[in-house]
Design a protein around this ligand. Structure first.
Ligand SMILES: [Zn+2]
Ligand SMILES: [Zn+2]
Length: 260
């Protein structure tokens, strides 16, 4: 178990990819889980790996209703009495939230959870009312972006100047085209409301101010249609360097603690 640093804005990933996503973001004594695509028991096991007890979570924020993001949310929330934050559309789209303390939020309006200011923003994805998030502590900002088919001007505005960024690099376009997915699934993933390719993520990095960036984690990589080295290479080229804080989150291992 890697010990959690005492304070500061810090984050870790329980796992990342189409078989399950969950991200832990902490500041001071506030602990927020973004999504939980793992079973409650598996999430507990992965939290313990990071030195965190699920009972210590202050909130779970759900970005959208796809099963790789919501799989274990209801059970975990019920087991530990954790409030679950989501947009009204996400709430309408997921049926399993009975006996859960649901807090609805507008994806255009910032809100506070403990020591965090959370700024949600809408993203184009094939879900009812999907959003992604920026976490701020009044000084530093951590941007989270996955599950978006393309990058809108508003997304660029929100993510510019972040100190940390968890950024989807779902697929390599050539691997996807040559790969085994049926045509309909290829079209869905590569479509305007699908997932960001390595090149789309690199284009985003080129188009925003990354001067303050000190952690960049590439997330939601396809195990079928991408390879870590391809995603890393695209991001390196966009940044014009290969910083030691550029890395990839793994489906099974996730990512250990990083502090901004
Ligand atoms: Zn996903
Ligand atoms: Zn999704």
């Amino acid at each position: 178990v890697v010990a959690e640093a005492a304070s500061g804005l810090r984050f870790a990933l329980l796992g990342s990819g189409s078989r399950g996503n969950a991200t832990l973001v902490c500041h001071g004594s506030t602990r927020v889980l973004v999504d939980c695509g793992f079973s409650a028991t598996e999430a507990q096991r992965r939290l313990a790996r990071l030195g965190v007890d699920a009972a210590e979570l202050d909130a779970i924020i759900v970005t959208h209703e796809h099963s790789d993001h919501i799989g274990g949310v209801a059970r975990l929330a019920r087991r530990y009495d954790i409030p679950v934050w989501m947009t009204p559309g996400t709430h309408e789209a997921c049926r399993e939230m009975t006996d859960v303390d649901v807090v609805l939020f507008d994806p255009h309006t910032a809100f506070a959870i403990g020591d965090f200011e959370v700024t949600p923003y809408p993203v184009p994805h094939d879900a009812r009312e999907p959003c992604q998030l920026v976490f701020g502590d009044g000084d530093l900002r951590l941007g989270v972006l996955s599950d978006a088919g393309h990058v809108t001007p508003y997304m660029r505005t929100v993510l510019a100047g972040c100190h940390g960024l968890l950024l989807e690099a779902n697929h390599d376009v050539e691997m996807m085209i040559a790969g085994p997915y049926p045509p309909s699934l290829k079209a869905r993933v590569m479509g305007d409301r699908g997932h960001l390719s390595n090149l789309q993520s690199a284009d985003l990095l080129r188009s925003i101010d990354t001067g303050a960036l000190r952690h960049l984690v590439l997330t939601h990589l396809s195990e079928t249609n991408n390879r870590p080295e391809l995603a890393l290479q695209a991001a390196s080229e966009a940044l014009n360097c290969t910083p030691d804080w550029l890395c990839v989150a793994d489906q099974n291992a996730g990512l250990g603690w990083r502090t901004l």
